[in-house]
Design a protein around this ligand. Structure first.
Ligand code: HC1
Ligand code: SF4
Length: 574
């Protein structure tokens, strides 16, 4: 323990604590723009400069470790003046675009200005003016991620998260120095021409609106308002937890019922559950695993529900494609069933004849789901994909008091029924645990095995494994970087029968479309909530889903049947 003084207050902190963290423990706020919990501090923005007695120049609090006996000042006149000048410089270069910016209300630069009452320093732009650089600076070529370099404040967080610190993709880096410093792709080409996997982690950490998900919520609202089509929405397992954070509810609050009620108020005709299709995925993927085990071919089986991972394989290791499960992701399965199954036919003669189809929207914690919906072989299953953040904007734009809504909302039937196994899809290891539960049933060993597989749980980056008697050893790669590390050594081919890969650390609950949070414990809180839903579920194995059983009985036949293959499986591009 060390003791220091900040603004006259004595504070005890562990050795190795930064001044920024030390101040935070005492409730002392130091402004920051380029700091993000868990990522290395580069002290680019200079907002967090503090004075330390005996040190000649102010030091960045994010990168300076607290020392025993330090006497620190965070709020001197000189510091306040410096911060103001720094903000003025940033604002002079920043487009005055807040009214229509996608991150309006969630922008760290905007927060900083309001927090410090620097509004008068924001340059006034004539109404309707568009910054000259706008056209040149915007890159809308990716189906998932939009870039606007005119809004960039050069904090470096995007390059950090895309690079070695987290995702290990290195799609974005920095070019030039000083005034011309800016984030660029390799050879400065548009994102769609890079090896970007659309994970969206860069949009999560971007403090302003320079990197955002490709927004589709305006178009969805327009379609709902027009009332020309029967509309269907499906909701991912991770979204129902994290959306609570957007409306001031405690992190880890389960908001399934509130979310359903909000979606109905927005005007969706049917509110269904992606979890229904997650159970269906397990039936298909579990059967596929057992067939491959019997045949002894294309093992281990890689899960295919994470589009960031599928993108990575196609871009970097097409030799692995035969190992990918051919089952569509739950998002795409749900869309296919909603558009072409019995539900659609029940909507009227035009739907039964295939002349009309419902308008299908999905709400996902993931930016890569946007490009998944446009993939050859599955495009058309889902019309628009919204991230959790976009849905929150949509709800706010209609003035719906989300936090005050009742938790009594219920999904529509029959594409709304699900088990606890489907809910845990939203956490790293959940798809594999769900598959193990049903594969054990198919193999007739479920009564000898536990229902919960602790070894496969947890949000820490890395590889988790478990040996399932009667099935084999399975692995879970938590984050794309851990999969890359595992693949460096060929032993994975012999060691495992099945491998789950989720591109984002934590799984979907840490997806690039989730609410932006600076809470270092956020993934743990979301995961705890996800597992609590499973623990309380009356049915916890996918094969127990009565509506999935009915779907097989009435339409699909058996898992992996030709009809099931036609509707529920896909192919990949080498
Ligand atoms: Fe996921 Fe999935 S779990 S991929 O993480 O298989 O996005 O939440 O919806 O499709 O069910 C995401 C989450 C999600 C699919 C399912
Ligand atoms: Fe990098 Fe992912 Fe952002 Fe693409 S979406 S630039 S891979 S962090």
């Amino acid at each position: 323990m060390i003791t220091l003084t900040i603004n006259g207050r004595h504070i005890d902190v562990e050795d190795g604590t930064s001044l920024l963290e030390a101040a935070k423990t005492a409730g002392i706020h130091i402004p920051t723009l380029c700091h993000y919990p868990g990522l290395p501090a580069h002290a680019v923005c200079r907002m967090c400069l503090v004075e330390i007695e005996g040190t000649q120049n102010p030091q960045p609090a994010c990168r300076t470790l607290a020392k025993d006996g330090d006497v620190v000042t965070t709020d001197s006149e000189a510091l306040t003046a410096f911060r103001k000048a720094d903000a003025e410089w940033l604002l002079a270069r920043h487009p005055n675009d807040c009214m229509r910016c996608e991150v309006n209300g969630a922008c760290q630069l905007q927060r900083l200005v309001h927090e410090n009452q620097w509004e008068e320093r924001w340059p006034k732009t004539p109404a309707g003016a568009v910054t000259a650089s706008e056209e040149l600076s915007c890159d809308h070529t990716s189906p998932s991620i939009w870039r606007d370099l005119s809004k960039c404040i050069e904090c470096g967080l995007c390059a950090e998260v895309c690079g070695d610190s987290v995702q290990n993709q290195n799609v974005i880096g920095f070019a030039n120095r000083g005034f011309d410093r800016r984030p660029v792709t390799v050879f400065d080409v548009p994102l769609s021409q890079t090896n970007c996997i659309s994970c969206g982690q860069c949009t999560l950490v971007c403090p302003v609106g320079a990197l955002i998900e490709a927004p589709h919520w305006h178009e969805v609202l327009r379609t709902l308002d027009a009332h020309r089509r029967v509309s269907v929405v499906q909701v991912a397992p991770a979204t129902r937890i994290a959306i609570s954070e957007e409306f001031g509810l405690e992190s880890g609050t389960v908001s399934t019922g509130r979310l359903i009620n909000a979606l109905r108020l927005l005007g969706f005709d049917y509110v269904f559950d992606t979890n229904f299709a997650a159970d269906l995925t397990i039936m298909e993927e579990g059967t596929e695993l057992l067939s491959r085990l019997e045949a002894g071919t294309e093992l281990p089986l890689f899960t295919s529900c994470c589009p960031g991972w599928v993108n990575w394989v196609e871009l970097n290791r097409p030799d692995l494609l035969p190992h990918l499960s051919t089952t569509k992701s739950p998002q795409q399965m749900h869309g296919a069933i909603a558009k072409r199954g019995r539900f659609a036919r029940s909507l009227g003669p035009d739907f039964a004849d295939g002349k009309a189809e419902p308008y299908v929207v999905s709400v996902m914690p993931c930016t890569a789901k946007k490009d998944e919906a446009q993939r050859p072989g599955v495009s058309g299953d889902v019309d628009h994909v919204l991230t959790t953040r976009e849905l929150a904007r949509m709800i706010r734009s209609r003035g719906i008091p989300f936090g005050a809504l009742s938790e009594d909302g219920q999904f529509d039937s029959p594409l709304g029924e699900s088990t606890g196994a489907a809910q845990i899809f939203g956490a790293s290891g959940g798809v594999m645990e769900a598959m193990v539960r049903t594969a054990a049933h198919f193999k007739g060993v479920e009564h000898d095995l536990p229902l919960e597989w602790e070894a496969l749980r947890g949000v820490r980056e890395g590889v988790k494994t478990a040996t399932i008697p009667g099935v084999g050893t399975v692995a879970v790669c938590n984050g794309i970087a851990s999969a890359q590390r595992m693949l460096e050594d060929e032993t994975w081919r012999e060691d495992y029968v099945a491998i789950e890969v989720m591109a984002c650390v934590g799984g979907c609950l840490g997806g690039g479309g989730e609410p932006k949070s600076m809470d270092p414990q956020i993934l743990q809180k979301r995961a705890k909530a996800i597992y609590s839903v499973d623990a309380k579920a009356p049915r916890r194995r996918s094969y127990e889903n009565a509506d999935v059983q009915a779907l097989y009985a009435s339409e699909l036949g058996a898992p992996n049947s030709p009809t099931a293959h036609h509707l529920l499986h896909t192919h990949y591009a080498a």
